[in-house]
Ligand binder design. Structure first.
Ligand SMILES: C[S@@+](CC[C@H](N)C(=O)[O-])C[C@H]1O[C@@H](n2cnc3c(N)ncnc32)[C@H](O)[C@@H]1O
Length: 234
């Protein structure tokens, strides 16, 4: 089985994959979610961003969640390690501070941000717990996190989701640039923790008031949480 099929790639391979698919990334997002992805990003931003907040959008990709945070009133920094994704993001806003960097070693001091968002990014991290600890580190105590991620529905939509993710998405990958990414996508969703387990990981990383809602009939989870000071029990 290839690494794309196991849903586990080394960081360099993840970066190269996103560099390759950057030209089709926004179009694929719209098509795969029937346009709902914009609404989910808006909900994530509005859940945690207050006017005047210093906001980090980690794993910002082509920048749509960072833009939603700016529209919600934030002063936004968007960070990603794929130059090609970031180049596309930078064409969308001249006021957002776009930074090339690694979400597992953020180039920011402790407590620098009032809010942190991450959209469809943490699934790709080499070490999920370390990623959450790093997001916690750069949030001020009491700062807010929103994490949007694809999840597996358990209800009536399950068969439809399987047909879409195991059939249509990988097929699309065969005809698009960077096609193996669309084999990796469903495989990475399959191995990713469900919403409850993700909440536990957030608590272990230092977050409190962890909650989530499922969106899109259960295919996406939006987790929100508040940063507890280090050493404070939940
Ligand atoms: C599926 S895209 C999501 C982009 C965007 N947040 C959105 O809502 O569409 C995942 C992004 O995470 C980035 N990424 C993955 N691992 C990263 C890491 N360790 N550091 C920085 N960016 C990372 C990839 O380069 C890619 O742009």
């Amino acid at each position: 089985m290839s690494q794309h099929e196991t849903g586990r790639l080394a960081p360099d391979e993840v970066r190269e994959m996103f560099d390759r698919i950057s030209p089709v990334y926004d179009g694929m997002n719209r098509a795969m979610t029937l346009g709902l992805d914009r609404r989910w990003r808006r909900m994530a931003a509005q859940a945690v961003v207050r006017r005047g907040d210093r906001v980090l959008d980690a794993c910002c990709g082509t920048g749509d969640l960072a833009l939603a945070c700016e529209r919600a009133g934030g002063i936004v920094t968007g960070l990603d390690f794929s130059e090609d994704m970031l180049r596309r993001a930078s064409r969308k806003s001249a006021t957002i501070d776009w930074r090339l960097g690694d979400a597992l070693a953020l180039p920011f001091t402790d407590g620098r941000f009032d809010a942190v968002t991450v959209g469809f990014g943490v699934r790709n991290l080499d070490d999920l717990g370390a990623g959450f600890r790093e997001l916690h580190r750069v949030l001020r105590p009491g700062g807010r996190l929103a994490c949007l991620e694809i999840t597996r529905p358990s209800g009536a939509l399950k068969p439809l989701f399987r047909a879409w993710f195991d059939g249509v998405v990988p097929f699309a990958g065969k005809v698009l640039p960077g096609g193996r990414a669309y084999t990796y996508l469903p495989a990475s969703v399959r191995r990713f923790p469900g919403p409850r387990e993700l909440a536990v990981l957030l608590e272990e990383a230092g977050f409190g008031e962890v909650g989530w809602k499922v969106l899109g009939g259960g295919i996406v989870a939006l987790h929100t949480a508040t940063s507890r000071p280090v050493g404070q029990a939940s």
